[in-house]
Design a protein around this ligand. Structure first.
Ligand SMILES: [Zn+2]
Length: 211
């Protein structure tokens, strides 16, 4: 099992520091999908700069994170991507994007045609997920769900949240249990979770694009 751990919806002062400390202690590299408006504040920018400096990948997770891009008019969805990428470019030249899923759902609400075209023409890699243990809803119990869901997959792409829910207090327990299962950590994402890779649109991308 090769697990790609991703942290969405940060950076969050008071939480992301602790997550970075834990990852460093376990010598694990992950990916942080950050919200653009949180990078307008200097504390947010400092945390993302630290994450990048410590070897984590930084991805774009929309500017406002309020409405799924598939439900937005063309220009608004593209603005959500561009405004955030402008802020990320100060610390990372990677072009990774993760759409807002409205609680982890996969479907045609994720992207609009304009958003897909923008991601493709600008060489983005669009990263979805296949394990969402709901850490924000169940700050204690998510660990059991996450371990069970990861253990039945070859290439889990796990979504956690560096948010002040208390869930990240259990991150060391989760990492210990993954280690006990012999899991390896990876920062690479399997094709099943990547409908657009470096601008190349996969055959099944249409299922994530609104009509
Ligand atoms: Zn999110």
């Amino acid at each position: 099992m090769r697990v790609a751990i991703t942290f969405d919806n940060g950076p969050e002062p008071g939480v992301t520091e602790g997550v970075l400390d834990i990852l460093s202690r376990y010598e694990i590299k992950a990916t942080f999908f950050v919200i653009g408006r949180k990078l307008e504040r200097p504390e947010g920018r400092r945390l993302v700069a630290r994450a990048a400096a410590e070897g984590h990948r930084i991805g774009n997770h929309t500017y406002t994170h309020t409405v799924a891009l598939g439900r937005m008019d063309g220009r608004a969805a593209v603005d959500e991507i561009c405004r955030t990428q402008d802020l990320i470019e100060r610390v990372s030249t990677e072009r990774l994007f993760r759409p807002y899923g409205e609680g982890g759902g996969l479907g045609p609400h994720l992207l609009s045609p304009a958003a897909r075209d923008h991601l493709a023409s600008h060489g983005f890699t669009c990263v979805l997920w296949n394990v969402v243990p709901g850490d924000w809803k169940d700050p204690e119990g998510w660990v059991d769900d996450a371990v069970a869901a990861c253990s039945i997959r070859n290439s889990p792409v796990l979504v956690l949240h560096d948010l002040p829910t208390g869930a990240m207090r259990r991150l060391p327990t989760f990492l210990d249990r993954l280690k006990a299962l012999g899991a390896e950590m990876t920062q690479a994402f399997p094709d099943e979770c990547v409908p657009i890779r470096a601008g190349v649109v996969a055959a099944d991308c249409g299922r994530y694009v609104a009509r």
